[in-house]
Design a protein around this ligand. Sequence first.
Ligand SMILES: [Zn+2]
Ligand SMILES: [Zn+2]
Length: 363
Amino acid sequence: MPTKCKAALSISFKEPLLIEEILVDDPRQDEVKINISACGVCHSDVLYIDGAWGGSLPSVFGHEGAGVVDTCGPGVEHIKPGDRVAVSLLKSCGRCYYCQRQLSSQCEYTFATDEPYRLKMLDGTSVNRGLRTGCFAEYAVVHKSQVVKLPDEMNLNSASLLTCGVITGFGSVVNTASIKAGEHVVVVGTGGVGVHCIQGARVSQAATITAVDVSDEKLEFAKRLGATHIVNSTREGVPEAVLEVTQNRGADAVFVATGHPAALDGIFKLIRPGGLLVLVGMPSYGVYFSFETVEFINANYVILGSKMGSSDLKVDIANLIELYESGKLELDALVWSTFPLENINEAIEATRTGVGMRNVVVM
Ligand SMILES: [Zn+2]
Ligand SMILES: [Zn+2]
């Protein structure tokens, strides 16, 4: 029987979400239905809600979920009803060209949960699951590969951040760029993703971690999480500050963890010859980035795109939980505010305007 539950529906772009009852389909082969307890509000949700990335409506967004397994379809072995789990937008078949090449974020398989009729309004209208997840609701149905088991005692508000913000930032440093001990790292943008680039660089034993932002409050928080130097770009020259920290050479790697186009202006001035530019924060469609090609070649620069931290959900979430439990990964302090589902529009506005580190909706 489909489950009747409350969900935050996006009916038209740039408009507040509406709390409505919907029907969530039962899990089929290899699927799981989850009673969602908490869901982080990510900038990607805001971009979709604002229409920056297109897509069809009505839709339920929310892709940083945590909750308790309600029912499992046939073929689900790694979890059972009653287990506490985190839910991600990343799903993988484990068999296709990309899954076999450790790039499961590019999985080619088409999943039954992608069919539009898995969520319905009470009048029968099909509801899209934004970002293939749909966790701004009391229940969600997802593919088993999107679900990772959590320790029984783990706080679900904190755990909800693991499956997007944390893996995206942390994974960009550890997986995509493979930062080594002793390297000099710069992180531009110290919001919900950038702070995890900083934590990834700290755990990787980077020699210096320079955090760049326009908010003193966020920079102070970045320092608490491991930044060795902080630069407020509204007051200080960023290239000068980075050159001073890196013996006038430039950083080994610069992570751009914001989608703000201005963050890329003059970015190569921060990077040493042969160094890496890692693009992590997602902008709207229509944002282009240009550079002097001759200088780029002459300096042997490398640019890497890092989707979701090039993560393998099973492996990376388990590692992150281990780091969290041993006190090496901060999560709890990131949950700045929690909002009941009824007040989700306040959480979205806080995220849109950059208030606090992370805003979490609790069901
Ligand atoms: Zn996200
Ligand atoms: Zn695949």
